[in-house]
Ligand binder design. Structure first.
Ligand code: EPZ
Length: 416
């Protein structure tokens, strides 16, 4: 089992290159199921979740090749309409093959994802949306079975804002007969990026990135080449790491206009941030000020940055409250931070963090993707050595994080 060993106390300094967005790449890979032409994706991140999605799509019959950060996907010979449990259980985003398979082939069998560390994360919204579009959907032996001669356009109102439900149903609707309207849709930048890719493939989607998305079904889609947007969560994670260590870094190949809620919180914490179109410069001249955070759907503060800000608040100058409104169990990193000396009390979905002058290195365990990032940040500021176990969680969403951090001066190594 691999671990990360970190000797804390060094401010991060220098330049770092941000990779393509995992949560844009995953649905876009599934869009290859919607056409028999070749889909070419540039700026692909090299992540474990991407490899898992590649394995799943190849099992379904998509031919995939990778050259550097370019991935070619060819869905001409799809011959198996199933996403098996052994793959779906490792990555919830596998559910994103459901909409495209039913849209193009009229049928799909996708294993229920099961829960995960951060909550039960049901898929009822995905299922109800397909039923609204005329699919027959039933659950049997832990699998979702969906069938439809041809999906028909429908008006679907989301009672909860859901990112992958919005993506799944948007992809289902592009080949449906008629117009589909998604009300109270998620507004994440990754959804707009997916819509732009689908429109380049011949889809007719309007309003992506707003609360109401209108999709007019077409007969078929063709291939295209699409450049994936930068990963705003990777960007935010490096900015917080620099702020926590009192550093001075420049992010390259990022996007400044999709990180406003995070930038504003970092400025409130005392960071000096200067941005141009694809670079962000953060300098942290003194100890961070404590900042209250409340997660909510985009464009509000992202839940995927909650754990990272808990690490920042752990060593800030006062007390702060973090309220997690999206997932019911996304404080798994609290008990690990306490092992490093953090003072945190949790009451339901609210954590109260009292900043301490310093954290002490210790051995801690990663529990989920963003909790791992929080522990890396805490290790970078703790005095002495921190060892992080189960770092496969980290590799799901961060490309060579120890290499990028070492280039910023961190004393961090991966060990067996
Ligand atoms: C996406 O997950 C992201 N994953 C998550 O990023 C992110 O944390 C989350 O959106 C929220 O922004 C990908 O894009 C691959 P949701 P998703 O559906 O779509 C409930 C990361 O770190 N819900 O927006 O699964 C659900 O339980 C990952 O990269 C239902 O009740 O999240 C949650 O409480 C972690 N029924 C809320 O909606 C459903 O059918 C929002 O979940 C679907 C969701």
């Amino acid at each position: 089992m691999q671990k990360l060993a970190i000797e804390g106390g060094t401010p991060l300094r220098g330049d770092v290159c941000i990779s393509g967005a995992k949560n844009a790449a995953l649905p876009m890979m599934c869009a290859s199921l919607l056409t028999s032409d070749v889909l070419k994706l540039n700026n692909m991140p090299n992540l474990h979740d991407i490899s898992t999605m590649r394995k799943l799509l190849e099992q379904i019959g998509v031919t995939i090749s990778v050259q550097g950060d370019e991935m070619l996907l060819h869905g001409a010979n799809v011959n198996k309409l199933e996403a098996p449990y052994d793959l779906v259980k490792t990555m919830r985003a596998s559910i994103l093959v459901l909409g495209p398979l039913v849209a193009r082939f009229g049928e799909a069998r996708v294993s229920l994802p099961g829960g995960c560390a951060i909550g039960s994360r049901p898929v009822d919204i995905h299922i109800r949306g397909l039923q609204a579009m005329g699919a027959t959907v039933y659950i049997e032996h832990g699998y979702i079975h969906a069938q439809a001669k041809r999906l028909t356009g429908a008006r679907i109102l989301f009672d909860i804002v859901s990112v992958t439900s919005t993506e799944n149903l948007m992809m289902a609707a592009v080949l449906a007969d008629g117009v589909t309207i998604l009300e109270n849709a998620a507004r994440e930048p990754e959804i707009l990026d997916l819509a732009q890719c689908l429109n380049a493939m011949g889809a007719k989607i309007e309003g992506a990135g707003s609360h109401t998305i209108t999709i007019t079904g077409v007969e078929r889609l063709h291939g295209t080449t699409h450049h994936i947007i930068p990963d705003r969560i990777e960007s935010g994670t490096f900015l917080v790491a620099a702020a926590a260590t009192g550093g001075n870094i420049v992010l390259h190949n990022t996007r400044t206009d999709i990180l406003d809620a995070v930038s504003e919180k970092l400025t409130e914490a005392g960071a000096q941030i200067r941005s141009s179109h694809d670079t962000m410069h953060l300098h942290m001249p003194e100890r961070p000020r404590s900042v209250n955070v409340r997660t909510a759907p985009y464009p509000a503060f992202p839940t995927d940055m909650q754990a990272q800000f808990m690490a920042l608040n752990a060593i800030a100058d006062n007390s702060a409250m973090i309220i997690e409104t999206i997932f019911e169990n996304r404080f798994m990193h609290v008990q690990e931070l306490r092992r490093l000396g953090a003072k945190i009390d949790v009451e339901g979905n609210t954590a109260m963090i009292r900043g301490v002058d310093r954290l002490e290195g210790a051995t801690v365990m990663a529990t989920d993707l963003r909790a791992s990032a929080c522990l890396v940040i805490a290790g970078l500021v703790a005095q002495g050595k921190t060892t992080i176990e189960r770092i496969y969680h980290l590799d799901r969403g961060y490309e060579h994080i120890e290499t990028k951090l070492s280039q910023l001066g961190a004393n961090i190594t991966r060990t067996q």
